[in-house]
Design a protein around this ligand. Structure first.
Ligand SMILES: Nc1ncnc2c1ncn2[C@@H]1O[C@H](COP(=O)(O)OP(=O)(O)OP(=O)(O)O)[C@@H](O)[C@H]1O
Length: 252
C-alpha cells in the first residue's frame, strides 16, 4: 500500500513581509517521483528549500505551517537532522573543488563530524558511486579531484554525495538544466533507479522531463499550489485553467 512520507499542511514561507509560498498542503508518497513546476518566481525553489530547512538560512526568511516527515514535524526538528534525512542536489554540479572524488562522496560525514572506519568508508564510497552509475567510470581514479569529471559526471557525484548519507528523501532543484542532453538522459535514467530506495522531489522547468520521470506533478502559480495530480492526467487533462495555460505554453 502507498504510504505518505512527506505531508505539508498549510505551509507558508516568507522573505520579510513578502509571502512567496501560500498555504501549501500536499501529500507525497514514499518511493515516488514528484515534479514541481510553474512559472519563474512562483515559489518552487522556496518550497523545496523549506522541506529541508534551508529556507531559513536566508536572514529575512521565515516559515510556518507544518511539514511532516513520517510522523515528525520538520519545522520542529533540528535542521541538521532534517538535512541528513532529506538531501539536496542543486542546479549546478558543485563538488568540493579541493576534495578528491572519494572525499566528495564522504563530505557529508566529515562536515557533520561523523567518524567512519576505513572499511565503512570504502563500502559507502563504492555503494554510493554504484547507485549513481559512476563507479565503473571512476573506480580507478578515486583520488583525483571531483572537478576533473565532466559536468554530467560531477552532477552524478553530487547525487552520490547526497545518497551517501542514506537519506529518505532527495530534493533536486533543476538538476539537469546545466547538463547536455546525454548527461540529462543519464540523470533521468538514474531517477528511475533511485526511486526504488528514495522519494524524489524535482523542481524542473522542463515539461518533457516531468512527463518522463515523475509519478505526480505539482503546479505552482504565484506561491499557491494550484494543482497536484498524476502526471499523466495533469498533462492531458488539467482541471485548472492556469495549469492548462502553462502546459500549452501561454506563459512560462
Ligand atoms: N533570497 C531571497 N530574498 C528575497 N526574496 C527572494 C529570495 N529568493 C527568492 N526570493 C523571491 O521569492 C519568490 C519565489 O522565488 P523562488 O526562487 O522560490 O521561485 P521559483 O519558482 O523557484 O523561480 P525560478 O523558476 O525562477 O527558479 C520570488 O519573488 C523571488 O524573487
Amino acid at each position: 500500500m502507498e504510504s505518505t512520507i512527506i505531508k505539508a499542511v498549510n505551509y507558508n514561507a516568507y522573505f520579510g513581509d513578502n509571502q512567496v509560498v501560500k498555504n501549501v498542503s500536499m501529500d507525497i508518497a514514499r518511493n515516488s517521483v514528484i515534479a514541481v513546476m510553474g512559472p519563474s518566481g512562483c515559489g518552487k525553489t522556496t518550497f523545496l528549500r523549506g522541506i529541508n530547512r534551508m529556507h531559513e538560512l536566508v536572514p529575512s526568511a521565515h516559515a510556518n505551517g507544518k511539514i511532516w516527515l513520517n510522523d515528525e514535524d520538520i519545522l520542529e526538528m533540528h535542521p541538521i537532522v532534517v538535512r541528513l534525512k532529506i538531501g539536496m542536489v542543486f542546479q549546478r554540479p558543485n563538488p568540493f573543488p579541493n576534495l578528491s572524488i572519494h572525499d566528495n562522496v564522504l563530505a557529508g560525514y566529515k562536515l557533520n563530524g561523523i567518524k567512519l572506519s576505513k572499511s565503512e568508508r570504502e563500502r559507502i564510497v563504492e555503494e554510493s558511486l554504484t547507485k549513481v552509475a559512476l563507479w565503473k567510470e571512476v573506480k580507478d581514479s578515486l583520488m583525483k579531484k571531483g572537478t576533473f569529471l565532466s559536468g554530467g559526471q560531477q552532477q552524478r557525484l553530487c547525487i552520490a554525495r547526497a545518497v551517501a548519507m542514506q537519506p529518505e528523501v532527495l530534493l533536486f532543484d533543476e538538476p539537469t538544466s546545466a547538463l547536455d542532453p546525454i548527461s540529462t538522459a543519464m540523470v533521468e535514467e538514474l531517477f528511475k533507479e533511485l526511486k526504488k530506495n528514495y522519494t524524489l522531489i524535482i523542481v524542473t522547468h522542463n515539461m518533457q522531463q516531468a512527463a518522463r520521470v515523475s509519478d505526480k506533478t505539482a503546479f505552482f502559480y504565484m506561491g499557491e499550489l494550484v494543482e497536484y495530480d498524476e502526471t499523466k492526467l495533469m498533462f492531458t487533462n488539467p482541471t485548472d485553467q492556469r495549469t492548462q495555460n502553462y502546459i500549452t505554453g501561454r506563459f512560462s
